[in-house]
Design a protein. Structure first.
Length: 92
C-alpha cells in the first residue's frame, strides 16, 4: 500500500509547504475533498492528513502517482504512518 512507502519526513514538509500556498488548489491537484475528521497538526496549523501524505508520496514517487490514493482507513494506516514520521494527528 502506498501509505507505507512514505518514509521521508521532508517529503511531508514539502507537501505542507505546497498546501500552505493554496489549500483549494492543493486538494484539487491531488483529487481530494476537504477532510472532516483527521488533521495533521504542524506549527499550530491543521492540515488535511490524507491529502498531505498522498502529496508526499507523489513527491517521492512521481512515476507511481497514477495509482489510486485509496486506503483502508485514515485511522488505521495514514495516522500511524504520519506519527511514525514524528507528526501529530488530531481527530476533530
Amino acid at each position: 500500500m502506498w501509505v507505507n512507502d512514505v518514509n521521508d519526513r521532508n517529503a511531508v514538509l514539502l507537501a505542507i509547504q505546497e498546501f500552505d500556498r493554496d489549500r483549494h488548489k492543493f486538494l484539487a491537484t491531488y483529487g481530494f475533498h476537504e477532510a472532516r475528521k483527521y488533521f495533521l497538526e504542524h506549527e499550530d496549523k491543521l492540515y488535511d492528513c490524507k491529502p498531505i501524505l498522498w502529496a508526499a508520496f507523489v513527491h517521492l514517487f512521481p512515476g507511481r502517482a497514477s495509482q489510486t490514493h485509496a486506503s483502508n482507513g485514515v485511522n488505521k494506516f495514514v495516522k500511524p504512518q504520519l506519527q511514525k514520521l514524528g507528526f501529530q494527528v488530531r481527530v476533530l
